[in-house]
Design a protein. Structure first.
Length: 131
């Protein structure tokens, strides 16, 4: 997808959802933990080597990828991107499922210093292991 930052991800997803609703992300394999993932689970987006946002998974269905027509699994996503504490992470698909104990916390008032930081700065500090 070549996502530059969280705002770019939001713009790409908004356009995709408008063209072929609902908002879906396609992957080849049906997840073994599908029931767990649709019960409040999220995918965590890795952008520039850093987890920056998460997105709730609303449903997981068998579908066809509209780009190439191949049978695929569709992750039906909530439209909201939730900013999380930046964490360096090697991407293998640009996203990951994370169990709650391994997931970075959401950016909230509790960690407002980081929440107000520009995304590029958060990404750089996380890549250096300083966040």
């Amino acid at each position: 997808m070549g996502v530059r930052n969280a705002a770019h991800l939001a713009a790409l997803q908004s356009a995709r959802a408008a063209a072929t609703p609902p908002l879906r992300h396609f992957t080849r394999n049906f997840p073994k933990r599908a029931a767990e993932l649709t019960d409040g689970g999220s995918i965590y987006w890795v952008i520039g080597g850093v987890i920056l946002v998460r997105q709730r998974i609303l449903d997981i269905t068998q579908d066809t990828d509209p780009e190439d027509g191949t049978p695929s699994t569709a992750l039906v996503l909530a439209p909201e991107l939730v900013r999380v504490e930046a964490r360096a992470q090697r991407a293998f698909q640009g996203w990951r499922y994370l169990p709650p104990e391994d997931a970075p916390p959401d950016l909230t008032a509790r960690n407002s210093d980081t929440a107000e930081m520009p995304e590029a700065m958060r990404r750089e500090l996380a890549a250096l292991g300083l966040l």
